[in-house]
Ligand binder design. Sequence first.
Ligand SMILES: [Zn+2]
Length: 390
Amino acid sequence: MTTPTAGARPDEVRRHNRTALLRRLHVDGPSTRASLAAELGLNRSTIKALVDGLAESGVVAERVPAQRSGAGRPSLLVLPRPYAAVVMAIDVRVEQVAMAFVGLGGDLLGRDSWNLHHRSRDPGEVITHVADSAKLLADELDVVPVGVGVSVPGVVRRSDGLVHEAPNLHWTDVALGERLSAVLKVPVQVGNDAELGALAEHVRGAARGSSDMVYISADVGVGGGVISSGMPLRGTGGYVGELGHMVVRPGGRRCYCGCQGCWETEVGEAALCRALALPEDAPRGAVVAELRSLAASPEAVAHRLGEFTQWLAMGLVTVVNMLGPEQVVLGDLFTALPDQVVDRVRAIVQKQSLVSRAVGGTRIVRSPLGRDAKLIGAAELAFEPVLGTV
Ligand SMILES: [Zn+2]
């Protein structure tokens, strides 16, 4: 939590504290006034004034806890009211668009999704479908979203939501943020999908409370999102995290980015399909089903996925050496990898990475949020500016 600078005006301090309190309730859920005071380092009268103000404007409510502890009057729990602020989250994937309305506190209030094929992948078509679907969901839930967050598998300029390049969608220089906000009439934030996956895991998933983590996502492409010292790592212009394009095999397969032997060409969906002897364009369901059936036989896993496991570990050794994460969260298609593969990758990284050895091993886990990680991250992206204004 940041503190306002010395000499800040009382109304600035109050707004800062109000945002911190709301963020705490939004992320960690219901809490008593006493716990809130202790966690935020504020005195009880300040907390009382803030909670009373938020309750009066309908943003929070107070309830008797379901389970009473000890004798005497139970402490009331302060909880966020989901409908006090609702955002729209959109996850544009190569094969599908998923969208959800998410309330304050992170409750998913309603959702919709549709498949994309060659023609419907056109940005104009996607924007029109999003607008139509948003209207239906808003009417059904009787809400007006106050912000929109969008996840895109591509290189995104965060300042205005320009999608510079999303190769697997065949998008180049699409002003997605501006075009969507013109249609939806609310502020729109656009982020790279792996970056938003990292945000989701950090706020609501495997990496809660972890200040240094890397999220690696395997969809058609492979991308990374990094939280460093508790903050998202941002490159120049917001362009960062193209971990799938580390060259791990000089002279290897040609990658669409122009290089040869990128990590993505060895551990992306196509590489996994090759290892499983499936066609490279096999439907996702078939890939996941094959991985599940393989998991029952350790010999088959070692035989079919041995080389894939080595490439996955090899890239991760470099990632861990470069970024020093406390944990690595494997997302999307990687969540379907058998335990045996993840265990082996963890062992190789611990043995071969200097940084991992120094810290006694890096936690490497599969994402508990699974396919929803990027949608949840998009919602959190939309909530960032909203929490200060509710
Ligand atoms: Zn590449």
